[in-house]
Ligand binder design. Sequence first.
Ligand code: NAD
Ligand code: TDX
Length: 335
Amino acid sequence: MRLLVTGGAGFIGANFVRHTVADRPDTTVTVLDALTYAGNRDSLAEVADRIDFVHGDIADLDLVDELVSGVDAVVHFAAESHNDNSLAEPWPFVQTNIVGTYSLLQAVRRYDVRYHHVSTDEVYGDLEPDAPAFTEDSPYNPSSPYSATKASSDLLVRAWTRSFGLRATLSNCSNNYGPYQHVEKFIPRQITNLIDGARPRLYGAGDQVRDWIHVDDHNRAVWDVLERGRTGQTYLIGAEGELDNKTVVRMILAAFGRDEDDFDHVTDRPGHDRRYAIDATLLRTELGWAPHYRDFAAGLAATVRWYRDNESWWRPYKAGAESAYAAAGEQTLGS
Ligand code: NAD
Ligand code: TDX
């Protein structure tokens, strides 16, 4: 299979490309990535001579047309992905997540190329603590500019599939963790703070719940959907990993052998989603997927080791990420 992977220099895309190259020698991979602040070619260094890397924008219609004309399938990871950035400056989210997806859809439509769209559980909004988990039938109700633009892109895919007969599938996954995640995100931020001797920073009271899944389990599900998913179908991806943020911070502190109360409460995120939770019954029963990483503490410990062992990968980004949080007005509220 000749595969075009958008956003392959980002967190999930780079893990996808590395595993695809290692496990699927019959697949040839072209990565299209704009190398924004979130893209890092070092994440692909070990596979650099086994892929084609194209530095470009998914919203570049001519470039996308040319690349899509030469492949059998597209897996679309590229996005502006960070909620906090979308609150500070929404425009890049509209441009990449909506206009960029439009550009890909027009090309796969023209060449009748198989398309898989990678999306997020955040399109469904948030849940009360005791509400049932999201399913494929949950109504769209996004809260932030990030999740609204991801929801918009999903709706474009659904409309293009119905109106133009696209061979498309969608997946909406919960919060990923693992190696190569940008230090702006929750878990890598706290791990790298601790490596630097700083305290973890918890938004508000820290009682928001996220449903954690290891990035490799997400990517195995993407392959299952790409190979065996039904056209037009959405599959929710999640590994029953619900934890509140305060518990996660305490687990990270424990992995460093530190006092579990050794963190700071900081300014809460405006519009902060209360809880996400995924019901992955369809993925499990129809496609036979199951997570390999079932022990979050063990997966977290491996992730801590990875950041300790790969400081040269994240160090160039750390000061900038912390400056962005300070510039956005993040204040320490207390410990
Ligand atoms: P990321 O921010 O780490 O990586 C995004 C990549 O896309 C970067 O390499 C960046 O350079 C590239 N990119 C951005 N704009 C581009 C453009 N206009 N043209 C080409 N490339 C561009 O994101 P991630 O966490 O790896 O997320 C990947 C996808 O998975 C996104 O679609 C995101 O919405 C979705 N998702 C993420 C999570 C999560 O927990 N991180 C969960 C569910 C779904
Ligand atoms: O320093 C922090 N302290 C903190 O308490 C940061 C950066 C975050 N948080 C909280 C906010 C969230 O409740 O931790 C939780 C996770 O935050 P993020 O890592 O920013 O993730 P989230 O907003 O939940 O979105 C993530 O999962 C869904 C990804 O960034 C999205 O791309 C994906 O769609």
